[in-house]
Design a protein around this ligand. Structure first.
Ligand code: FAQ
Length: 311
């Protein structure tokens, strides 16, 4: 009976064990996971665009090869995450369609432009850094396929974060002009990176339930704080300034006080009105349409192979 299944689900979650695709789960748990994993997958795919913008203009062959590998990793993460979402009973085609129809979201951060090479460094340091802080706890998520996907994704994100950090370090220790480029990039990416963690806890509609289900392990504000505390020391070593005059150590809280990002701006960007939303979606739609012949050819080939096996 249903009560037994629900009790078993609760027991598994409470015991820190994993829910697997064939286990019974509440419909709302399934829906929340599909929403979050799909949004995560779409973010990886759309997230290829801001940095992809600099592949052809990277300052050396070595930088170009590294950036190319990073952007390819993001495609891999997207596919990996779509596969994790598919274990919940929705197809990748459907998920892609939901993104293209604007019915599923992707991360706000990828709606900001990359105007200089230093932005590639700032994305690696701050955006990948925020992604790691957010995603390491997801390795302990109660849903097995998502938790396992996160282990590999986090390992690769750590490499991404280091490459960005190294780009910024090189620029910040270069000529005055290069230092200014690094600082300008940090000035523009700091607050959008803080906003990646989502609305403040009081306005986070899903947090309480997702934490009870052990999908999320920490609240949006707790992770944001952890990120700020981590960045302060790194900024010192980098030789860049975090653009926040209110940033200071609070002995009582054993954490840094800091200025919150503009959450009205976050809501505008999420609802489609950021600096690059239209461009990002137009590019994604065009790329999807351009890939139509590949999907058709792959399907025809698979059908032919299936026919050959039967005879
Ligand atoms: N952008 O109730 P909550 C990467 C939405 S990293 C857009 O707090 P939740 C790596 C939220 O969906 C980026 N929407 O929601 C990379 C909800 O809307 P809904 C991707 C946002 O789910 C680096 C509403 O606001 N990472 O890709 C954002 O409990 C460099 C209420 O919010 C992930 O997706 C936002 N920033 O917590 C790639 C990580 N924040 O659905 C390339 C997994 C909130 O009710 C280059 N996701 N919303 O209409 C999560 O951890 C969570 O989903 C949160 C949001 C923390 C993002």
């Amino acid at each position: 009976p249903d009560e037994d299944l629900a009790a078993y689900f609760a027991e598994v979650v409470d015991a820190e064990q994993k829910i697997e695709p064939r286990d019974w789960m509440p419909d709302a748990y399934r829906r929340t996971l599909i929403r979050q994993i799909a949004q995560h997958a779409h973010s990886e795919i759309i997230g290829m665009q801001p940095e992809g913008n600099w592949i052809s203009r990277a300052p050396s062959l070595k930088r170009k090869a590294i950036l190319l590998a990073k952007v390819q990793d993001e495609a891999g993460h997207g596919l990996y995450l779509y596969a994790a979402a598919e274990t919940l009973g929705i197809s990748r085609d459907e998920l892609v369609q939901l993104l293209l129809d604007g019915r599923q979201k992707y991360s706000s951060i990828f709606n900001y432009p990359t105007v200089s090479w230093a932005d590639v460094g700032a994305i690696g340091w701050l955006v990948d850094g925020a992604a790691i802080v957010n995603q390491v706890p997801l390795c302990r998520c109660s849903y097995g396929p998502y938790a396992r996907a996160m282990i590999r994704v986090c390992k690769e994100e750590s490499f991404h974060q280091r490459q960005g950090y190294e780009i910024l370090h090189t620029l910040a220790h270069g000529t005055p002009e290069q230092h200014a480029m690094a600082q300008d990039a940090v000035d523009r990416w700091w607050y959008p990176s803080l906003a990646m963690f989502g609305p403040p806890d009081g306005n986070s509609t899903h947090s309480a339930q997702s934490m009870a289900w052990k999908i999320k392990r920490f609240s949006n504000d707790d992770l944001r704080q952890r990120f700020v505390d981590m960045c302060v020391q790194q900024a010192e070593i980098l030789g860049v300034r975090i653009p926040d005059a209110e940033l200071r150590w609070n002995d009582e809280r054993q954490a840094y006080d800091y200025t919150q990002p503009d959450y009205d701006e976050l809501m505008r960007v999420i609802s489609g009105d950021g600096p690059c939303n239209r461009e990002r979606m137009a590019h994604r739609r065009a790329a999807h349409a351009d890939g139509q012949w590949v999907r058709e050819a792959a399907a025809a080939y698979a059908a032919k192979r299936a026919g050959q096996k039967e005879t």
